[in-house]
Design a protein around this ligand. Structure first.
Ligand SMILES: [Zn+2]
Length: 116
């Protein structure tokens, strides 16, 4: 046990859903229960438990990453190439505590509105 980084089950499920239940390295599709969400840089080595440091991996790739068989650079790159904006989506999921609370852009009328 351990290493769950304080994410709730719902957050973990959301993260896995975002990557379509695919391992970010081998692109294999797995059952959600099987996928892990380890930090790219291990927390015990000073890594962050923030979303930008998290990646969804299958058990095989997770083990490889743990043993240093997958360069961290590759983990980072795999994460980035997957989908643009996934980091912000992930941080959105992780930081969201109240789903009903939505931030609405407050647009004050500037007096020059045009309609077609
Ligand atoms: Zn994998």
């Amino acid at each position: 046990m351990g290493g769950n980084l304080g994410l709730t089950e719902a957050q973990k499920r959301n993260l896995k859903l975002k990557v379509e239940f695919k391992c970010q390295i081998c692109d294999g599709r797995y059952d959600p229960e099987v996928l892990d969400i380890p930090p790219i840089y291990p927390v015990k080595y000073g890594g962050s438990d923030r979303p930008h440091n998290l990646i969804v991996l299958c058990p095989t790739c997770h083990r490889k990453a743990d043993r240093g068989l997958i360069p961290r650079e590759r983990l980072k790159r795999a994460k980035k190439k997957k989908r643009k904006g996934i980091e912000s989506q992930i941080s959105d999921i992780v930081s969201r505590k109240d789903e009903n609370k939505k931030q609405e852009p407050s647009q004050e009328g500037r007096g020059s509105q045009k309609r077609t």
